[in-house]
Design a protein around this ligand. Structure first.
Ligand code: DAH
Length: 347
């Protein structure tokens, strides 16, 4: 067989192998075997030096032709195999988008968060700012600035956890009053704020007491604020929370940071005032403490008590939630039993 015939036979045999190759790996193997450094074509080209001067260019160009033809053949097959592989993957990995999805369990906000956000919305609607205070607070703001000096007997009702002599976890949200007052710029308008949050006391937990509970503090300071403003504001709040025909009444009380101080009752939302188990047959439900800000409190925050006056109140979202939903044990709010929590969908 002449060299030319050998090359021709090699081409025919290799084209056949390429056509038959069913995967890329095999194809690559064929390429290495025929066109690689140790393959027959390279061998022919290497042996050219032994050929006669007239044969050399003929064989050389013929070998090159065959190499180019085989390379093209391999490339074409490679492209075809790649397309086939992709089509196969697409077919195998396709997703049936018509299958129904898995429903995700959706949580709700905690019932106390719901109540607090509802109250926030009401006050935001009346032009109040919502202020966040500190749960770890200074004795100075928690007591002194609220007109409860170190030896004041009313401190006994609000014992708490002391981190040091001067640092404690707050017993009420009232310190936010002092912190907001001292920063307020009255040339920019009156101060109207509420401050919701957690408070802590040394209490033995029972159905109506928890060592941790919530309060919402309210404070308004401006010129000519009167108790009429306080009453109107709280009446509007109670009507939004417990129904449009609610009434409130104020009873004299005592808080060191207000003068005069009042206890506020709302007419019973269940019986309308006739007397029932919710209002303990009095027709009224005790709902919050309030009063006119004590001049000492204003002055300690750098506010001229001759020019400015204000009202303040403190209410308990836990108690409001208990009343509204008939929850008879405050501890339910803090035990995180989902069977309890899930009942309050918050729609
Ligand atoms: N800080 C009081 C408490 O925890 C509640 C309170 C009463 C707040 C009257 C006030 C207020 O702002 O005017 O018992």
């Amino acid at each position: 067989m002449s060299l030319q015939e050998k090359l021709e036979a090699l081409k025919v045999a290799t084209v056949e192998k390429i056509k038959a190759a069913e995967d890329l790996q095999l194809l690559n193997q064929i390429r290495v075997e025929t066109l690689g450094k140790k393959g027959p074509i390279t061998e022919v080209l290497r042996g050219m030096k032994d050929l006669s001067a007239e044969e050399r260019p003929k064989i050389g160009s013929f070998a090159n032709e065959i190499r180019d033809a085989l390379t093209a053949e391999i490339e074409e097959k490679k492209a075809a195999l790649e397309v086939a592989a992709m089509n196969k993957a697409l077919a195998e990995e396709s997703i049936d988008v018509t299958l129904p999805g898995k429903k995700m369990a959706q949580g709700t906000r905690h019932v106390l968060t719901q109540i607090m956000e509802e109250i926030e919305d009401i006050f935001i609607g009346m032009g109040y700012q919502v202020v966040e205070g500190y749960e770890v607070e200074q004795d100075h703001y928690n007591f002194e600035r609220m007109n409860l000096p170190k030896d004041h007997p009313a401190r006994d009702m609000q014992d708490t956890f002391y981190i040091s002599d001067e640092i404690l976890i707050r017993t009420h949200t009232s310190p936010v009053q002092a912190r907001t007052m001292e920063k307020h710029d009255f040339t920019k308008g009156p101060l109207r704020m509420i401050s919701p949050g957690k408070v802590f006391r040394r209490d033995t937990d029972d159905a109506t007491h928890s060592h941790q509970f919530h309060q919402i503090e309210g404070l308004v300071i401006d010129e000519h604020i009167t108790m009429g403003d306080l009453k109107g504001t709280l009446e509007a709040l109670m009507q939004r929370m417990f129904g449009a025909d609610r009434e409130i009444r104020l009873r004299p009380s005592y808080f060191p940071f207000t003068e005069p101080s009042v206890e506020v009752d709302v007419s019973c939302f269940k019986c309308g005032g006739a007397g029932c188990n919710v209002c303990k047959h009095t027709g009224w439900i005790e709902i919050l403490g309030a009063g006119m800000v004590h001049p000492n409190v204003l002055e300690m925050s750098g506010i001229d008590s001759e020019k400015y006056s204000g009202f303040a109140f403190g209410l308990g979202p836990d108690r409001i939630a208990m009343l509204r939903y008939g929850v008879n044990d405050i501890r339910n709010f803090y035990q995180n039993d989902v069977r309890f929590i899930r009942q309050f969908k918050g729609e």
